[in-house]
Write a protein that binds this ligand. Structure first.
Ligand SMILES: NC(=O)c1ccc[n+]([C@@H]2O[C@H](COP(=O)([O-])OP(=O)(O)OC[C@H]3O[C@@H](n4cnc5c(N)ncnc54)[C@H](OP(=O)(O)O)[C@@H]3O)[C@@H](O)[C@H]2O)c1
Length: 282
C-alpha cells in the first residue's frame, strides 16, 4: 500500500496518485482512443497500489471520468481515493452542484473523496462558487473540498467564503516550476493545508547535479524528482502513467530518502528554475 499523508484536521490521502490528463483525449474525447486498454492501465495501477486517481470534468470533455468509472467498476470503493474537478465555466453555485452530480454519473460512484475548483474564473464571484462547493459537501457528493491553481491570496479568500475547510490546493510544482515556494507552500505547511504538485515529471532539465543524485541514490531522474516533492511537509503529487511501464519505477520512488543537504542543493542549484508556471500561472 502507498503511504499516506494526513492533516491535523484528519484529511488523509495516499502521497502519490495516478493522473488522467490525456487519458481518452485532451480537450475533447479522442474517437480513436482504446478505451478498454486505457481503463485496464488504470486498473492495473490500482492493483499495484495506486489507489488514488485524479481526474476532472474537463479532461477529454468528461471521457477521462468515464474511463476512471470503467476502471474502478467492481473494485472496493472504500479502498480508492477519487478526486475530480469542476471546470471554470461551471462556477456559479447551481452549476457547481450540477457538475459534481454529472461527474458522479460518469465515474459511476456515489461520492468523490475530493472535489476541486479546477481553475480561477475572475468573472464569477468566489462567494457564489463556494456556496456551490459547500452544497456539494452537504449533498454528500464529496467527502472533502479544495481548489487548484489558486494563489495564496485567492485561497485565503475562497476559505473565507466557505464554512468548510479547504483541505488542498493542486498547483504546478516540480524541480523546474517553483511558483508556490515563496509564499503558498510555507503557508500551506503552517496552516494544515495539503499542497498537491501536478506535472511533477515533465520537462525536467538534464544536468550534472541530477546525474550526481541518480548515481548517489542509484535512482532515475523521475524518482529523484518525485522524492524531492514528497519529502516536503504537506506535499503530495500525481503523475500520469498511460502505460504500465513506469509504474514500478514510480512506486519504488516512495522508498527513496534524500539527505537534507541534497534536498537543499536540488532546491537552490537545480538549473532552469521558473518563478511562474508557463502553463497555469497562479
Ligand atoms: N490541476 C491542473 O490544472 C492540472 C494540470 C495538469 C495536470 N494535472 C494533473 O496532474 C497529472 C500529472 O501531470 P501530467 O500528466 O501533465 O505530467 P507528469 O505526470 O509530470 O508527466 C506525465 C508523463 O510522464 C511520463 N512518466 C511517468 N512516470 C515516468 C517515469 N518514471 N519516467 C519517465 N517518464 C514518466 C508519462 O509517461 P507514460 O504515460 O508513458 O507513462 C507521461 O507521459 C495529470 O495527469 C492530471 O491528473 C492537473
Amino acid at each position: 500500500m502507498i503511504k499516506t499523508k494526513k492533516l491535523l484536521c484528519g484529511f488523509e490521502l495516499p502521497v502519490l496518485g495516478q493522473g488522467t490528463w490525456g487519458t481518452g483525449g485532451r480537450d475533447t474525447a479522442d474517437p480513436n482512443a482504446d478505451d478498454e486498454q486505457l481503463a485496464a492501465v488504470i486498473r492495473h495501477g490500482v492493483s499495484l497500489g495506486f489507489t488514488r486517481i485524479d481526474t476532472a470534468e474537463m479532461y477529454a470533455a468528461g471521457h477521462s471520468e468515464e474511463l476512471v468509472g470503467k476502471a474502478i467498476e467492481g473494485l472496493d470503493r472504500g479502498s480508492l481515493f477519487i478526486t475530480s474537478k469542476v471546470w471554470k465555466t461551471h462556477l456559479h453555485a447551481d452549476d457547481v452542484l450540477k457538475a459534481a452530480e454529472n461527474s458522479l454519473k460518469r465515474l459511476k460512484t456515489d461520492y468523490m473523496d475530493l472535489f476541486l475548483i479546477h481553475q480561477v474564473n475572475p468573472d464569477v464571484p468566489l462567494e457564489d462558487t463556494m456556496r456551490g462547493m459547500d452544497a456539494v459537501l452537504k449533498h454528500g457528493f464529496a467527502r472533502a473540498i479544495g481548489v487548484s491553481n489558486f494563489s495564496l491570496q485567492r485561497f485565503q479568500k475562497a476559505q473565507a467564503c466557505s464554512s468548510n475547510k479547504l483541505v488542498l490546493n493542486q498547483v504546478h510544482y516540480n524541480l523546474v516550476v517553483r511558483e508556490c515556494e515563496p509564499d503558498l507552500l510555507p503557508w500551506c505547511q503552517a496552516n494544515d493545508v495539503m499542497l498537491e504538485a501536478w506535472r511533477p515529471l515533465r520537462n525536467l532539465t538534464p544536468c550534472p547535479l541530477m546525474d550526481e543524485m541518480c548515481e548517489k541514490y542509484n535512482a532515475t531522474a523521475a524518482q529523484i524528482a518525485l522524492a524531492f516533492l514528497l519529502q516536503q511537509k504537506n506535499v503530495v503529487t500525481i503523475t500520469a502513467m498511460r502505460s504500465v511501464a513506469h509504474m514500478p519505477e514510480n512506486l519504488a520512488a516512495l522508498q527513496l530518502s534524500l539527505d537534507e543537504e541534497d534536498m537543499e542543493r536540488l532546491r537552490h542549484d537545480y538549473p532552469g528554475q521558473l518563478t511562474i508556471s508557463p502553463t497555469v500561472p497562479l
